[in-house]
Design a protein around this ligand. Structure first.
Ligand code: BDP
Length: 734
């Protein structure tokens, strides 16, 4: 092709708005030139320059406590973003010189701003929020971006860019916002050898071996992405922690990462291996009440703060799944947490103690054990301790009722832990947009006898006026060029941050804004892609663990079906423990005739679940052992409904294959082809779930497949014998 023909083609394609090549690296921060000329012009007429006043040379004041690096990050993001989106360089100046100036500042960096925002605005913006507003000054307009601290300016900058990237009108722009939850944390389950436990997107992004000498540019892009959705904390490595992390060489490596993250308002936290004093310094014990142990931690914490002055604190998995902990010394979780809490208190650090515990020696229903261990400790933790609770009582299953601890520890700040990485929902291979699942738990009513005790209000601290609040998401990030393996799994990282900032956003709003930023504002893309996202979690539930079934996946890698598994050393690691299928029926009786896990919920929450007639279908087999021929609300038998749910899940995936196919000319070829291939795999996996589970359960029900369910591809033995190897994340050794 001749040069001129080539440019003609490129020009025509961009006029048509045909998408450019995209490998997904830029996530939702793409900043491509807005193709709609009229819209672009209207934005360009509204924003003409970026005004970042010089900080006062001396004296008190100046920029806020994070320093000018944060302001520089906001300025650079705005400059790159606006210039990209508007297709022309938007100048950065120190004084407003024309109509449409975008003026940034905190009350101390730019006192003139105070004339444009009110005291009430600033109060509402709080420590991390901001005010973003278009105001008239005489015949001119300004866009004001004001905050009490520099970090608010950075968050506001990302919001302004999001408005443009999602094609929102900005003529009447007026936003005053503050995060509802204080500590919005991402938890990496990354190991020091760069494998990632439950990671499906390559290796760990943290290059421990070459740090601190080599500081990957990727860390900054990670920080930008996290800050753009308001995340402000990161636990760099696995909760199954390695004591080496606390050695001097590692602290230098961590400090180098912290330096990159700091301007973006992201604090580093570290996981603790309880036996670190023994492993690193040959102490005889790790008993939390032993003076030598207390001293060890005090000295270690001082060393950490010397290396990382804004260190956030510790995350602890103790006496869980074989990890050591204070119970090894007949002490309680509170004894352990309080030791560390005292050690970090001086520097304003916190301790996040995980409630994910269940004991091999305890014969009681696993779903009950965390409650039994932690409720007696309510009120016994120091002020700077949070207890981190998974969304449900088992373990990030496709659907669980909310964890009963949320309704039972009013004297303890409770952090919500969700899993962004889709360990039990198709990992990095299947589409499962998780915002609807997280909304379900956040909106769940614990029915504590107080006015409003939804999980969201417990977690954000408003229900019990807690001093600290936190939410954590287990990361789905790795070294894959697109960060998350599945191109659409980026939406889960995004959704987690958005909900952490404001849990009242709807899943639909989040899906809409993510799609517009990450793919296109073209209505031919937005409507179909958002509906795929919004259907996806339920589809995975339907084809894998419908009607309240849980933990029936294959052992080890947890990908695919394994309802027959009963050879694991612990009873509660076996799927048969959970589904309890027999000649009579299927499901785990958690009512008073069974494990009575229901008694751990307040009566208002438990009552509808307790009665088979009122228990919603989605939790039926979670709480009840139900006869195969039980008449469901639909009029069909339980057996028929079960089989039809599996089929329905597959049918939904098939509709996405068609929907996605229609996007071919509306999005870039690379991501189009990648998702297209993954949907083929997802449909096949869904069929495998159906064929394996329905045939296995038929050995108990002795009933034929109902009309509408396709016959299985292979006999049951085929699925039972199949060994799935080399799933993504396989090298993590699980
Ligand atoms: C389970 C994972 C396991 C984690 C554990 C945890 O399978 O790899 O270590 O949770 O949260 O979901 O500690």
């Amino acid at each position: 092709m001749s040069r001129s023909k080539f440019f003609l083609l490129v020009g025509t394609l961009s006029l048509l708005g045909v998408a450019r090549a995209d490998d997904g690296y830029r996530l939702w921060l793409r900043y491509d030139k807005i193709a709609d000329e009229a819209l672009r012009q209207s934005y360009a007429a509204t924003i003409s320059e970026i005004v970042v006043p010089e900080p006062p040379a001396q004296g008190p004041g100046g920029f806020g406590d994070l320093g000018t690096a944060t302001v520089a990050a906001a300025r650079d993001e705005l400059s790159a973003g606006l210039s990209g989106l508007l297709g022309t360089t938007i100048p950065v100046v120190t004084k407003a010189s024309r109509n449409g100036a975008l003026v940034l500042g905190t009350p101390c960096s730019n006192p003139d701003l105070l004339a444009l925002v009110t005291e009430a605005d600033l109060r509402a913006a709080g420590e991390e929020g901001y005010i973003l507003r278009r105001v008239a000054i005489g015949a001119e307009h300004r866009i004001v971006l004001a905050a009490n601290r520099d970090i608010g300016l950075l968050y506001g900058a990302f919001t302004l860019l999001r408005q443009l990237e999602t094609h929102q009108p900005i003529g009447q722009l007026s936003i005053v916002t503050a995060p509802k939850i204080q500590r919005r944390m991402i938890n990496h389950w990354d190991n020091l050898a760069r494998t990632v436990e439950r990671g499906y997107a390559g290796q760990s992004i943290w290059e421990w071996f070459v740090l601190p000498d080599v500081v990957s540019p990727r860390y900054r892009d990670y920080a930008r992405a996290c800050a753009s959705i308001g995340l402000n904390g990161t636990v760099l490595t696995n909760v199954n922690a390695d004591a080496q992390l606390l050695t001097a060489p590692f602290l230098q490596k961590i400090a180098a990462i912290a330096r990159v993250l700091r301007p973006y308002g992201i604090r580093v936290y570290l996981p603790v291996r309880w036996s670190a004093p023994i492993e690193l310094d040959q102490l005889k014990t790790a008993d939390p009440l032993d003076p030598a142990v207390i001293k060890w931690w005090t000295v270690k914490v001082a060393e950490i703060y010397r290396a990382i002055p804004d260190f956030g604190g510790f995350l602890v998995k103790a006496n869980s799944e074989g990890q050591p902990g204070p119970q090894n010394y007949h002490r309680t979780h509170a004894d352990g947490a309080n030791l560390l809490a005292d050690a970090v208190a001086l520097n304003g650090g916190i301790v996040i103690w995980r409630a994910f515990v269940y004991d091999a020696a305890n014969p009681d229903d696993r779903a009950k054990q965390a409650y039994s261990e932690f409720v007696p400790l309510d009120g016994k933790f120091r002020d700077n301790v949070l207890v981190q609770v998974k969304n449900g009582p088992i373990d990030f299953m496709p659907r669980e009722p909310f964890h009963p601890l949320f309704g039972a520890m009013p004297k303890t700040p409770l952090a919500l832990e969700v899993q962004i990485t889709q360990e039990y929902l198709g990992q990095g291979t299947q589409l499962a947009f998780l915002a609807p699942m997280w909304k379900e738990v956040l909106e769940a009513d614990t029915h504590r006898p107080a006015a409003d005790t939804t999980v969201a209000r417990i977690v954000d601290g408003s229900a019990d006026l807690q001093r600290i609040s936190a939410i954590a998401g287990v990361a789905n990030i790795g070294t894959d060029r697109n960060w998350t393996g599945h191109p659409l799994a980026q939406a889960n990282w995004y959704a987690f941050g958005r909900l952490a900032w404001d849990h009242t956003l709807t899943a639909a709003q989040i899906a809409d804004e993510w799609t517009r930023q990450t793919f296109s504002n073209d209505p031919r893309v937005v409507a179909p892609l958002t509906s795929m996202l919004l259907e996806s979690r339920e589809a995975v539930v339907n084809y894998s663990m419908p009607l309240g079934l849980h933990h029936i996946m294959a052992t080890g890698h947890h990908y695919g079906p394994g309802p027959w598994v009963d050879d694991q050393k612990r009873p509660d690691w076996n799927p048969v423990y959970y589904h309890r299928a027999d000649a009579k029926g299927i499901g785990f009786d958690r009512t008073a005739t069974g494990s009575n896990a229901l008694a751990q919920y307040a009566p208002g929450a438990a009552k509808p679940w307790d009665d088979l007639a009122t228990c919603p279908d989605e939790f039926l087999l979670w709480f009840h052992h139900v006869p195969w021929d039980y008449r469901m609300r639909s009029g069909k038998s339980l057996w028929e409904e079960l089989c039809l749910h599996y089929q329905h899940g597959i049918d939904t995936v098939r509709t996405w294959q068609k929907t996605w196919g229609l996007l071919q000319n509306a999005i870039d070829a690379e991501r189009f082809a990648h998702v297209q291939g993954l949907l083929i795999r997802q449909e096949r996996d869904a069929r495998e779930w159906r064929d394996a589970c329905t045939q296995y359960f038929a050995t108990f029900s002795k009933m034929p497949l109902p009309a509408g369910v396709e016959p299985p591809e292979h006999p049951l033995e085929f699925y039972e014998k199949a060994v799935l190897r080399y799933t993504p994340g396989w090298s993590a050794g699980k």
